[in-house]
Structures are given as C-alpha cells and as structure tokens.
Design a protein around this ligand. Sequence first.
Ligand SMILES: Cc1cc2nc3c(=O)[nH]c(=O)nc-3n(C[C@H](O)[C@H](O)[C@H](O)COP(=O)(O)O)c2cc1C
Length: 297
Amino acid sequence: MKISTPLTAMLGIDLPIIGAPMFLVSYEELTIAVSEAGGLGMFALPNYRTVPDLEAALEHIRRRTDRPIGVNIHLSGRFEWQAQLEVCLDYGVTFFISSLGDPRHILEPVHARGGFVFADVISRRHALSAKEKGVDGLVAVAAGAGGHAGQTPTMVLVPYLKALTGLPVLAAGGVSTGQQLAAALTLGACGAVVGTRLVASREAGASEAYKQAVVDADPDDIVYTDQITGNPANWLAQSIDRFDGQPDLSSKKWLDLWSAGRSVAQADAILPAGRIVSEMAEECAATLLQMPKLIEP
Ligand SMILES: Cc1cc2nc3c(=O)[nH]c(=O)nc-3n(C[C@H](O)[C@H](O)[C@H](O)COP(=O)(O)O)c2cc1C
C-alpha cells in the first residue's frame, strides 16, 4: 500500500512515516526495518562516536537495504559533522534533519546530491529563521514529543507553521497510531516523525527494561524538564527520579535516562518495527476512508 504526500514524492518512499532519529535508540536495525516497511528509517549521528563507526553502520545498512534513509545531523563544533556529512552522502543518505547549528552549512552539498534538509523547530522564531536559511521543510516538534520538545500541541503547531512559512511540515509528537497519522495528514502535515512508539520495537537499541517501561507508562508518567540536558525534554519519570546532575555526551549514565513522549499512551506492546509501520499505514488509510461517511450533504 502507498499513502502519497509531498514527502513521499520528494523522497521516493511509499508511506509518510519517518522513523525518528533517536539518541541511543535508533541504530542500523531500526533504520533498515522502517525503510524496508516503506517509511524512511533514520538514525542520529551522535550514536556513532567516530567516522569509521559511522562508515561501518552505513555499510551494514546498505548491505541490507537500498531504500532511502535519513540522519539527524548536529551542526555544532562538538561534532565532526563535515566528515560525517561526506560519509553520509557517499552512502546515499538523502534526508537530513538538522537540530543544532546553522543548516546553511549543509544545504549546498546535500542539494547537489539530490537530497533534502529539514530543520527541527518548536516555535515561530525557529521556523522563520530556518525558512530564511533556505531549508526544504520543517519538523514541528510539538508538546509531548519524545526527546527535546516544544510546548505547543501538534494540533496547533502543524497548521500554524505551515501557514506561517508555506514549507512542508512534518508532525513530530504524539503519533503512535494510524489514527494519529491520519489526524496529522488532515492538519496539513506531509508526514509524521514517529519516535516513542518505535522505542518499544524489537529493533530499537533501547534496553528491554526501557522498552517495557514505554509500554507500561501512562501519559502522566512523562515529565517535561530542562534539568537533564539544559533544554526542555520529555522523560519517563522513573528514570530521572533515580538520577541527578547532567551527564556529558559520552557518559554511560545516558543508558539509564529514558526519554519518551506522551504517546506512550498508545504504545501497548513491543513489536517488530516493520509491523508497527505497516499497521500504522493500514489504520491511517482505513481512518481516512471512513471520514467521508461522516458527511451528510
Ligand atoms: C529516546 C528518544 C531520543 C531522541 N533523540 C533525538 C535525537 O537525537 N535527535 C532528534 O532530532 N530527535 C530526537 N528525538 C525526537 C524524535 O526525533 C521525534 O521528534 C519525537 O520522538 C517525535 O515524537 P514522539 O516521541 O511523540 O513520537 C528523540 C526521541 C526519543 C523518544
């Protein structure tokens, strides 16, 4: 099955479902599974410490799938992003989400290879600045999203940023089911970035205890705080209760800090990621097909 949007046309994928790049969760297996299911698999570049590690990961992915994949790139001085970018482009990565730093650094080389750059944004100011810099689209990181998140609900942020900028907008935050994906498309999103639901997938790099905690959690078990990284993010309360202080990027303590969004509400079993993506697509299509029946002319 295909669900066609401007995003699927842009990237040459079947479904407007992006497997979120997630620190310490999205590695090769999850990327492969999401892309093979027709979505776009992504990983976060900080998951690979060195450029040779990154090269080995991309080599592995390319042995298993030739479908489009994406990465989240942190364009700050703390990362070897120039070398990472070159390797990604050599392995045919076509989609980049920039979260830190200035996306203008990568637009030209990415566009030269036929790829696209979207920017993570949480507000009007971020969105206008990203548009001015020339990005191809925005990731609307809404309230309740796993990882760093804004405070405006998906329902408001997606149509707001679309009207404000006219750029393609991806919904990030609260999409764990096909009904929620249908809602995001109805709001005008060109697709959704799915994080929390995929933490509880077989291929995620999270520990079994973390996956199970996502399945077991209620939305009220999620805490929004800037105490862990310095920027506001959503966390499973049980994991931050046993922790104090801010670890540096290489600390093993990160493995015990479990980020998740409020869509834990709909994550009810640890399943293969490909099945999560396919079921989401089927439920989305069934939901959209039901909608016209609500109308009495
Ligand atoms: C455990 C975890 C780690 C994340 N790490 C990153 C990251 O490294 N880079 C990034 O751009 N987004 C990161 N995110 C955010 C996701 O890319 C995505 O925007 C978000 O998960 C979507 O909302 P949802 O969790 O409600 O599906 C992370 C999310 C989670 C749950």
